[in-house]
Design a protein around this ligand. Sequence first.
Ligand SMILES: C[S@@+](CC[C@H](N)C(=O)[O-])C[C@H]1O[C@@H](n2cnc3c(N)ncnc32)[C@H](O)[C@@H]1O
Length: 197
Amino acid sequence: MPKRSGTPADDPFAGRHPTSHERNSGLPWDASYHHGPAPWDIGRPQPALVRLASEGEFAAAVLDVGCGTGENALHVASLGFSVLGVDVAETALAIAREKAAERRIQVEFVAGDAFQQIPKVPGTFDFVFLDAWKKDYKRFFDMVYPRLDKHGLFLAHNVVNKRSEMGDFLDAIQKQPSVWTTIVSPSGEGMSVTLKR
Ligand SMILES: C[S@@+](CC[C@H](N)C(=O)[O-])C[C@H]1O[C@@H](n2cnc3c(N)ncnc32)[C@H](O)[C@@H]1O
């Protein structure tokens, strides 16, 4: 018997609302993780993040938005920080949880659209790392900024090679007087580092 369209089996989003990128592309983020590592998955934490962490720039509560298979979250947690990783791709999170178990590192991983999941988590953050859909960066920043502690840091990945997709975000972090931003680009992808004054 042919499958009826509109059944749950036909729904690549398994009943949840697609994220903005998923709506545009028609594909779930999860599909990127189905056939081996996703193109952006470098299998180790981002060097700029490692360096900041080693310099003691983090404090207590760390949020990793678009954590993927968890290399950044796991690295920071291994240094003793409390880390929450959020990603909408279940396959990526399953890999992240396996790595955490293998390495015996404690990280809280939450599956779902970060725009819906983060408001459900109580408290504030000292450090936020953003590496999700680039066109959503300004919306992510607006959502998280009120919950970033004073002198907290907000890092965003790909601000050089994907800058054309995030003009509104770059304007906000570079012009808003309540923050101070610098951009580092050891690899050409570029990472913004924004301090809440
Ligand atoms: C470019 S990948 C980066 C993954 C990871 N940070 C890494 O370095 O491998 C972007 C990730 O953001 C996730 N993502 C995109 N939009 C999201 C959203 N609205 N909520 C949660 N995760 C999202 C995707 O599933 C994907 O894993």
